[in-house]
Design a binder for this molecule. Structure first.
Ligand SMILES: Nc1ncnc2c1ncn2[C@@H]1O[C@H](COP(=O)(O)OP(=O)(O)O)[C@@H](O)[C@H]1O
Ligand SMILES: [Mg+2]
Length: 359
């Protein structure tokens, strides 16, 4: 399949703030691609650069369907956009709202009629064409915003936190719907969110953003299971962290000492014997044994929290290290039980810990 969007060395400064720091991305024809990162990490800036609403620094390149559009105006890029707050015109009907981009392009009545029929069918808005936004539910408003983004049959749809203002139940439903539209249309969606659950549910690929930098990009499974930076290891999923001292590193696995016990994890960033390390393990990867094992980290169950589909165990390990282990609801372990923990070294990640400030 062909590449639809390419960003090459895209940077953007606002004075001293680096909102985009040399970003390189390729997005394929069929891809649902998310930009995921905390607030202020540069996600919206990236979308605005792709859309042509923001001029990137000298040397940046935005390429759509093989054409360099870095200096082309937004309406020549063949892009649709959906914003967080919908931005529907309150005094226009559903049909008028949806058709707005086509009107701006000076489309014929025939094209407007045909595209409206097509998109209201896809987004299940048939019969609501003459209503006003105040006569719609939250989900319907969201679908109008989507329909408007898609009505001109763009080759790429950009979405900036489109579900942020919806309640949880509706958000879950819309996540599935938006993904279904993307598959039916066969065009890439670039989806901005700070919500990792949303990104994991909907995406094929995810780019993790942090202070304008792209920390890691890839297929979602590999990001989740093979983080290659400390930020990604701590940001995705629910990750516990413990500090330990590296005894040796062999075949990519670090063997570390933690309160006199031996633990292991994949070694990253040149971690070597003698280093202090910070080690990340996903909560669902921690195994608990009801018996204390003298060779393994041991501790006590402080609390057991029933979450419906799973249980979170709050553990105090080796006196003073609080971590969370998630387990199936059939687990028999109880609060106050003494336990030992273990994990597969291939699913834990250790990074060098920067030297502590002596002050
Ligand atoms: N128009 C602007 N002028 C000055 N600084 C801006 C402007 N837009 C964004 N920024 C800054 O750029 C950084 C990235 O912002 P943004 O792209 O909105 O992040 P996100 O969408 O991930 O929350 C932030 O530090 C923000 O304050
Ligand atoms: Mg934003």
């Amino acid at each position: 399949m062909g590449i639809v969007l390419e960003l090459k060395n895209v940077s953007k400064n606002y004075g001293k703030v680096i909102a985009a720091d040399n970003i390189n991305i390729e997005v394929d024809q069929t891809e649902f691609f998310s930009l995921l990162g905390p607030s202020g990490s540069g996600k919206t800036t990236m979308l605005r650069i792709i859309a042509g609403l923001e001029e990137p620094n000298e040397g940046s390149q935005v390429i759509i369907n093989g054409k360099d559009v870095t200096h082309a105006p937004p309406y020549q890029r063949g892009i649709g956009m959906v914003f967080q707050d919908f931005l529907l015109f309150p005094h226009k009907t559903v049909a008028e709202n949806i058709l707005f981009p086509l009107k701006m392009q000076g489309a014929s009545q025939k094209e407007k009629d045909e595209n409206l029929k097509w998109i209201t069918h896809l987004t299940q808005l048939e019969g609501l064409e003459n209503r006003y936004p105040y006569q719609l539910s939250g989900g319907q408003k969201q679908r109008v915003a989507l329909a408007r983004g898609l009505v001109s049959k763009p080759s790429l749809l950009l979405l900036d936190e489109p579900l942020a203002n919806l309640d949880l139940e509706l958000r879950k439903k819309m996540e599935i719907e938006i993904r279904r539209f993307q598959i039916e249309l066969g065009i890439p969606f670039i989806y901005v969110t700070h919500n990792q659950q949303e990104a994991l549910t909907m995406s094929d690929s995810i780019a993790i953003m942090n202070y304008g930098k792209m920390e890691q990009v890839g297929e979602k499974f590999s990001l989740y299971h093979d983080p290659d930076s400390q930020f990604v290891a701590s940001f995705l999923g629910s990750a516990d962290s413990i500090e330990a001292e590296v005894a040796s590193v062999q075949d990519g696995i670090a063997t570390m000492t933690f309160h006199g016990k031996t633990i292991q994890a994949r070694a990253h960033n040149g971690l070597k014997a003698g280093d202090q390390a910070i080690c990340y393990i996903k909560s669902e990867r921690i195994r608990m044994e009801v018996e204390e094992n003298p060779d393994a980290p041991c501790g006590v169950v402080l609390d057991k929290i029933f979450k419906g589909q799973y249980i979170d165990y709050i553990l105090d390990i080796e006196e003073g290290n609080e971590i969370i282990a998630s387990s199936g609801t059939l687990s028999q372990i109880k609060a106050k039980d003494r336990i030992s923990i273990s994990w597969d070294p291939q699913v834990a990640d250790a990074f060098p810990l920067p030297p502590k400030d002596p002050s």
